[in-house]
Design a protein around this ligand. Structure first.
Ligand SMILES: NC(=O)c1ccc[n+]([C@@H]2O[C@H](COP(=O)([O-])OP(=O)(O)OC[C@H]3O[C@@H](n4cnc5c(N)ncnc54)[C@H](OP(=O)(O)O)[C@@H]3O)[C@@H](O)[C@H]2O)c1
Length: 328
């Protein structure tokens, strides 16, 4: 089969598509014939060697895939050859065939196409766990999503809206605000206004009768983190999801105390590894929301496998809206 192979960390344009041996399923494993591969921001960081988990080299990057089960190993009971599935992996999905433990394979609803199926995975799982578990969301609360036009951000908007939140999308242009509104945001604010420390809180206060928001799902980092922290309501919760600006913020602990707020972090892959059954239940919930018309994964760009680096360049150049897909 053909796969993107990384031999050394560094330039994300350096890896090539190579011929490699077909994977064979061991006990409890399946092989999936890939139809669509989700492109995620962390794929870029993994290739560059900047991510928190780095696979042994050489490796194929890629954390999610949709496709058809081609082979199953001993003891596999949930799926069989021919089934349409989505799978979540730590790496290995930029390939024509993907090996996965059965535990992290999710049979897709019949109405879900392969491209949307590959998009309705990591970003939505992240959004769900950020909102409901880490954010301790209560029905009807208000939620500010930063980076709301990106892959994770747009999923956060949709998931929060699906669970009845009042959603404020933090974006950097009117066009991206319109996209977030199409996906369920009630309002949008402009994160790119001068003096974000004042302007973000002022925009949020104007939309919440000066109360602030109950939850921030924070995907950007840097000064957007600092500024959104100031926009929290009494007993509000900041959920740290990502650092798309590549700037790690720092926070003074007394600020949490004086405002009775909390800050918490989310690393979704931990849930996948530590409690795959929980992740299976959440995926079933996400598929139910999709079938009810409440989630509409937005695939904005498709690339052949060979052009994976052109897709990753969109993260660097801040040209991403919703999800990008590789088609092997
Ligand atoms: N915690 C987890 O388990 C988990 C899981 C998946 C991803 N992540 C992380 O989540 C983050 C977002 O991932 P993604 O796939 O959604 O990336 P993405 O599609 O590139 O989206 C990033 C978003 O951030 C915005 N942004 C970037 N720099 C900004 C800045 N300086 N000021 C304001 N907005 C800025 C972008 O807006 P513009 O288009 O206006 O630039 C875009 O809306 C990444 O850091 C990723 O590593 C975390």
């Amino acid at each position: 089969m053909r796969a993107v192979v990384v031999h050394a960390h560094g330039d994300f344009r350096a890896p090539r598509v190579e011929d490699v041996a077909d994977p064979r399923p061991g006990a409890g494993e399946v092989v999936i014939g890939a139809r669509a591969i989700g492109v995620n921001y962390p794929d870029l960081l993994v290739i560059q060697g900047k991510y928190q988990f780095l696979p042994p080299k050489p490796f194929s990057p890629g954390k999610e895939v949709s496709g058809v089960i081609e082979a199953v190993g001993a003891g596999v009971t949930r799926v069989k050859p021919g089934d349409r599935v989505m799978a979540q992996r730590e790496y290995g999905c930029y390939a024509e065939k993907v090996l996965s433990p059965e535990a992290t394979v999710y049979p897709m609803p019949a109405a879900l196409g392969f491209e949307e199926g590959a998009a309705l995975g990591l970003a939505y799982q992240t959004a769900h766990f950020a909102l409901k578990d880490r954010g301790a969301y209560q029905p009807g609360e208000s939620v500010l999503v930063t980076g709301a036009s990106g892959g994770v951000g747009l999923a956060c908007v949709e998931v929060a809206k699906a669970y009845g939140a009042t959603v404020i999308a933090g974006v950097t242009s009117a066009e991206k605000g319109a996209l977030a509104m199409q996906h369920g945001a009630d309002h949008w604010i402009d994160l790119s206004q001068p003096n974000p420390r004042e302007s973000i809180r002022a925009q949020v206060h104007a939309l919440t009768a000066k109360r602030g928001v109950d939850i921030v799902l924070e995907n950007v980092g840097g000064e957007i983190f600092d500024s959104s922290l100031r926009a929290l309501a009494w007993c509000g919760r900041m959920v740290i999801v990502g650092f798309a600006s590549m700037q790690l913020p720092e926070m003074k602990a007394n600020y949490l105390l004086v405002k009775n707020i909390s800050a918490t972090g989310l690393q979704w892959s931990d849930y996948r590894e530590r409690d795959p059954e929980w992740v299976q239940r959440v995926q079933a919930e996400l598929y139910a929301l999709y079938s009810a018309g409440k989630l509409k994964p937005f695939v904005s760009a498709r690339f052949p496998l060979e052009r994976f680096a052109d897709a990753l360049a969109c993260f660097v150049e801040r040209r991403v809206q919703g999800k990008m897909i590789l088609v092997p």
